[in-house]
Design a protein around this ligand. Structure first.
Ligand code: GDP
Ligand code: MG
Length: 795
């Protein structure tokens, strides 16, 4: 054992002290000796022998249930203080010094010196039970114990729970796995030397410890084999094959030991005596006599020491590198808490200004998408605003059905109301106006929602603008968020007001002259086209039925009745809704038709003489001057120009109605009341003439059906135009009035609200938790620096 070796070990122990005991973790992975073996193989006994003290709880059951990190510190014989261990001399195992020269200290009981090693054992038991419970469970939290003694070599040893196969007591079913994992964790560190304990009275091929050790150290470079219970081997057998390395190859070899037996323990055989008799055992044993100097606890301790030393020398460069990394990391962490000096007035002001500016910049860059901390998990900031505009807002506009809330009745009522007391000549644009305006209002809810969503997103953004440094000053952070939130809230009103106006503006003037507006003509022709399609089918079926009926009647009395003629006339008209017809009311016109003409369209009736009257004119009025907003609304397109005499329409409609109701024959049935009666009118409209809306079933005249459908199409067309404009304008307004405005204003606002000297003290109140973290970090850094200094001294 060289002085250099001692220096090394002292260094490591110092580091161990520093790192383990100041910081409380083993981030440095310092070299240590880890004892592994199956339960009752003698691990604790070996450790005790190395220490030369009887202090570990031992027995036949599972006794070691938490890792025990045992630091042996050699002290000069008369040094009782333990403070100056640099003067440690080469230790001697002979118990030549006073008992009181030795003591133990637990990390969990700082400052308390245990001189009675029975108490040390009791404390280990207590502390084990405290964390691992009273039953047989194990726990991974280590117990740290230091032993100061002139009799020990500087070593760091770890005692671990033994490997077991069968769970006992309260042990969980996976106790074997748990133990195995815990052991593997300790021995897997390249900085640990594995003391693989196997009892000599059990076949070495069954050694669990060697199996585990081989797993993490396949070349056997850092594994020392310890063969216990050599005294318990069968008579006539010995462990020479193993000890000489012929059975199982380990670079560091096998060392045989004889620990105290259970009986020795019970009879309190002193440790010194046990060591003596161990030495005797090897010296006199016929098989081991010749290698007695390479057997026993003393030799094991020396081997461990030198091995550990060599190992430390090997690891030192790594430790240095590791220290550097740790220092760098800690420095960085410390920097994230910000600088410590902010006590001076100038300092405080500039610190606040700095934090404020950083906050504002983070806010702006998050909106602009230039933030360095862009999340890959979810959309945030500007991208999220874009998403709100395009997907959320866009979709909610798209899904509005512009006429779904308009029933046929609503439209008809609007048409009727818009004509006032006077029956209309044409589909009144007033009805279109009346109906389309409330529909435009449907755009307002999604538009306002869009404003709110963007507002909420901005609020969210301002909550994420803090840094670690800022979180150190919770008051300041809170104030920054508050001021920005206020700013945003201020903008919410004007923005939402503007958006409201955007919709109102759209409602203020219905521009039917818009180039994209479908126009009455196009709408009409499309309505007619689809209606023709329907009518054709219906009338074909009717024609057939009628023919059959006539054939039957002819068969009965040989000539057609006037009613038949009338029916024929009507039915013909049903097949020709857009065909030219005699303009003058026919003789066969039903009284109901006459009433229709009087009530519904006398104006049209007045124009009936004009044979050129188109269906369109019929609906929209003849005078071109009546065109509401210009050509598109009225200009007859090629398709819409197919002329139909208005005078025909009522009878056509009537026949349609009859057709629909299946009451084709009612006119010819004398039992039915005459068509002119009120009841007839009532049945015509499906409602009481006095209370027009009381009946649920709307029965539309054909004209009404057409008008309704036409209006519906016009509303859809116009609504689409407004929808497009809204989808375009709302995001622009929100960007301008809310987003960009707050973005541009944020820095000024923060400064004017918060940069006030009287506020500095309050704003820079430091969060206790963060303060502690920072102080801890500072301490850590100091420790690492000290460790680096210690390591630096050695090399
Ligand atoms: P651990 O569970 O691996 O820590 O084993 P212990 O150190 O607690 O020892 C288990 C039992 O074996 C104890 O009763 C010891 O007295 C006994 N024992 C350990 N080593 C030896 C030895 O070398 N010789 C004899 N005779 N008994 C031993
Ligand atoms: Mg044990």
């Amino acid at each position: 054992m060289t002085t250099l070796g001692d220096d090394l070990l002292r260094t490591v122990n110092k580091l161990q002290d520093l790192v383990f005991n100041t910081i409380g973790n083993d981030s440095l992975d310092l070299p240590q000796i880890v004892v592994v073996g199956s339960q009752s193989s003698g691990k604790s006994s070996v450790l005790e022998n190395i220490v030369g003290r009887d202090f570990l709880p031992r027995g036949s059951g599972i006794v070691t249930r938490r890792p025990l990190i045992l630091q042996l510190i050699n002290i000069p014989p008369d040094d009782d203080s333990g403070s100056d261990r640099d003067e440690a001399r080469i230790p001697h195992t002979a118990a030549s010094v006073e008992e009181h020269a030795e003591w133990a200290e637990f990390h969990h009981l700082p400052g308390r010196k245990f001189r009675d090693f029975n108490q040390v054992r009791a404390e280990i038991e207590n502390e084990t039970a405290r964390i691992a419970g009273n039953n047989k469970g194990i726990n991974r939290q280590p117990i740290n114990l230091k032993i100061f003694s002139p009799h020990v070599l500087n070593l760091t040893l770890v005692d671990l729970p033994g490997l077991t196969k069968v769970p006992i007591g309260d042990q969980p079913g996976d106790i074997e796995k748990q133990t195995r994992t815990l052991i593997s964790e300790y021995i897997a560190k390249p900085n640990s030397i594995i003391l693989a304990v196997s009892p000599a009275n059990v076949d070495i091929v069954n050694s669990e410890s060697l199996k585990l050790a081989r797993y993490v150290d396949p070349l056997g470079r850092r594994t020392i084999g310890v063969l216990t219970k050599i005294d318990l081997m069968d008579h006539g057998t010995n462990a020479m094959d193993i000890l000489s390395g012929r059975v199982y190859p380990l670079k560091l070899g096998f060392i045989g030991v004889v620990n105290r037996s259970q009986q020795d323990i019970q009879t309190n055989k002193p440790m010194s005596e046990a060591l003596k008799s161990e030495a005797e055992f090897f010296r006199h044993h016929p098989a081991y006599r010749n290698m007695a100097t390479r057997c026993g606890t003393h030799y094991l301790a020396k081997t461990l020491n030198t091995t550990l030393m060599a190992h430390i020398r090997d690891r030192l460069p790594d430790i240095k590198a590791r220290l550097n990394t740790l220092m760098g990391q800690t420095q960085q962490e410390l920097a994230s808490y910000g600088s410590k000096q902010f006590s001076g007035k100038e300092h405080r002001g500039s610190l606040i200004l700095q934090l404020m500016t950083r906050f504002a910049t983070a806010f702006i860059s998050s909106i602009d998408g230039t933030s360095s901390e862009i999340s890959t998990k979810e959309l945030c900031g500007g991208a999220r605003i874009y998403y709100i505009f395009n997907s959320v807002f866009g979709n909610s506009l798209e899904t509005i059905d512009p006429t779904h809330n308009l029933s046929v009745l609503d439209i008809r009522t609007a048409i009727r109301n818009s004509t006032g007391p006077r029956p209309s000549l044409f589909v009144p644009e007033l009805a279109f106006d009346l109906l389309v305006k409330p529909q435009i209002k449907l755009l307002e809810i999604p538009s306002q929602r869009c404003v709110e969503l963007v507002y909420e997103e901005l609020i969210k953004i301002c909550h994420t603008c803090g840094s670690t440094e800022l979180s150190r000053f919770p008051k300041l952070q809170g104030k920054l968020i508050e001021v920005v939130s206020d700013l945003l809230r201020e903008r919410l009103g004007p923005t939402s007001g503007y958006v409201e106006s955007l919709i109102s503006i759209q409602r203020a003037y219905i521009n039917t002259n818009h180039p994209n507006f479908l126009g009455a003509a196009a709408a009409m022709s499309s309505v007619i086209a689809s209606k023709n399609e329907k009518d054709k089918k219906a009338s074909q079926a009717e024609e057939k039925r009628k023919r059959e009926k006539r054939m039957k009647q002819i068969g009965m009395n040989g000539n057609a009745t006037p009613e038949d003629e009338e029916a024929e006339q009507e039915d013909k008209s049903a097949t020709l809704p857009v065909r030219k017809h005699p303009a003058i009311p026919s003789r066969s016109m039903s009284p109901a038709v006459a009433r229709d003409r009087e009530n519904g369209m006398p104006g049209a009736g007045g124009a009936a003489g004009a044979a050129k009257d188109s269906f369109l004119n019929y609906f929209f009025g003849k005078e071109n001057e009546r065109q509401l907003a210009g050509a598109p609304f009225l200009a007859p397109s090629g398709a819409a120009a197919r002329h139909v005499s208005h005078s025909v329409e009522p009878s056509f409609a009537q026949s349609m109605r009859r057709l629909e109701r299946g009451s084709f024959t009612e006119h010819r049935q004398p039992a039915y009341p005459p068509p002119m009666t009120d009841e007839y009118a009532q049945s015509e409209y499906g409602e009481s003439p006095l209370f027009p809306e009381q009946n649920a079933e709307p029965v539309l005249t054909d004209r009404e059906a057409l008008e309704t459908e036409l209006i519906r199409r016009l509303i859809s067309s116009y609504f689409n135009i407004v929808r497009e404009t809204t989808a375009d304008q709302v995001p622009k307004a929100v960007m301008h009035l809310l987003v960009n405005h707050s973005r541009d204003e944020v820095q000024n606002r923060l400064v004017s609200e918060l940069y006030k000297e009287e506020l500095f003290g309050e704003l820079l109140y430091e969060d206790d938790g963060i303060k502690k973290e920072r102080e801890k970090c500072e301490k850590l850094l100091a420790t690492y620096k000290e460790a680096a200094r210690i390591v630096g001294e050695v090399l």
